[in-house]
Design a protein around this ligand. Structure first.
Ligand code: SAM
Length: 375
């Protein structure tokens, strides 16, 4: 762990205070941060002065001047990371993942695995691909000699390690312009609940949300993200995630006729169907109800004037039928993944894990519905 020690020495010189914690390699999670003694709830474990951030403001003028103003901040930070040939950030860079370490990101998977992603993840991936292609073309036009892999590496670092910091000087700028990179804090891994974090004008502060024993990993929460988002944006999924959701668009849309689609589109309810650990979303209830009651009754339901009780049994029966079919198709996809040789084991493993988590959500709902229906 010499690199980590060098980073901590460099960080301390820059005024970064770490208290009772240490970065450590953790199986399956790259580098993370662990407690090295018992930590009490509320204790400040890390403080990173805002003077150490890499942001839109620290990109050298010679880089910024060559790039158009409408380039995304992610694209700009990526250009800075890829073009930087000074040794200013060497110690920090040495602890960051290499391009090969990003193998689990679906963006880098072979197309044969990408096409087996769940629908929600596929949509997220296609937006991400378009964003990268746009940034790459813009930066490539200004810096034609820039190596593509170096740019992709910088782009993925910016994608997975930026924080949102509303700096006083830039309050009026658009949301994305507040993305910043910060040393040491960028080593904290994600959990669905984690330490309390606060960005003040002077520093980013991480406080223990609970007691940690020596050896426990210290997490922060990157946001209330479901597994599809975590997989595409960060390259991992979690076995336990209270915010996880399973997308149901393909399954629900496949049974809607033209008339139902029109009714739903008119009221802004076409697509975006999900279920989580507790329930099937209201949008799904509205969509399936178009097939289970009169148009008048449906309008009253979406206007909030009818609780839908009269049509609930029919909706639940339809759901049981659809979720049953969905389970069967997920099991088929998992068997297909199992027989594949394409891509790297970590890629196939993540894809299979994602489907396993979706299947668990779907089957949990199925069990509940069957119990309610007494079937
Ligand atoms: C901000 S960095 C955290 C530090 C990172 N682990 C490293 O090695 O530098 C975010 C990346 O960490 C990994 N990560 C974060 N939380 C994770 C978790 N709960 N399980 C697995 N990987 C995680 C993912 O690769 C993600 O893209």
């Amino acid at each position: 762990m010499e690199k980590v020690e060098a980073l901590l020495e460099w960080a301390t010189e820059k005024g970064i205070q770490h208290n009772g914690i240490l970065p450590k390699h953790l199986p399956g999670r790259g580098v993370g941060v662990i407690a090295i003694r018992d930590v009490k709830p509320g204790e400040v474990v890390l403080q990173v002065p805002t003077s150490t951030l890499r942001s839109i403001d620290t990109v050298p003028k010679n880089v910024r001047a060559k790039l158009p103003k409408d380039l995304s901040v992610q694209g700009l930070l990526a250009a800075d990371l890829a073009l930087d040939d000074t040794d200013k950030y060497n110690v920090w860079n040495a602890v960051c993942p290499s391009l090969a370490d990003f193998a689990s990101m679906p963006l880098l998977w072979p197309a044969s695995l990408q096409c087996l992603l769940p629908g929600v993840a596929k949509k997220l991936l296609s937006k991400q691909q378009a964003k990268l292609a746009k940034d790459r073309a813009t930066v490539g036009a200004a810096f034609p000699d820039l190596d593509q892999d170096r740019y992709t590496h910088g782009w993925l670092l910016a994608n997975t390690r930026t924080f949102y910091y509303l700096s006083p000087a830039r309050r009026r700028r658009k949301r994305d312009d507040h993305m910043v990179l910060q040393p040491v804090a960028d080593l904290l891994n994600h959990a669905d609940a984690g330490c309390d974090v606060h960005f003040g004008d002077a520093a980013f502060t991480v406080r223990a949300d609970r007691a940690y024993a020596a050896g426990d990993e210290i997490f922060i929460c990157y946001g209330r993200h479901g597994g599809d988002f975590l997989m595409v944006e960060y390259g991992f999924d979690m076995d336990e995630n209270r915010w996880d959701e399973a997308g149901l668009d393909e399954m629900v849309l496949s049974v809607l006729d033209e008339k139902s689609r029109e009714m739903l589109d008119d009221r802004g309810f076409l697509g975006g169907y999900v279920l989580d650990r507790g329930q099937v979303c209201y949008r799904t209830q509205a969509a399936l109800r178009t097939l289970c009651c009169s148009e008048r009754e449906w309008s009253r339901f979406v206007d909030g004037m009818d609780d839908g009780e009269r049509s609930q049994k029919k909706v639940d029966e339809l759901l049981v039928e659809l979720l049953g079919k969905y389970s069967t198709s997920i099991i088929g996809t998992m068997e297909e993944i199992d027989g594949l040789q394409e891509g790297e084991p970590c890629q196939r493993g993540l894809l299979a894990a994602r489907w396993r988590h979706i299947l668990r959500l779907v089957q949990g709902t199925l069990d509940r519905l069957r119990q309610d229906l007494g079937s």
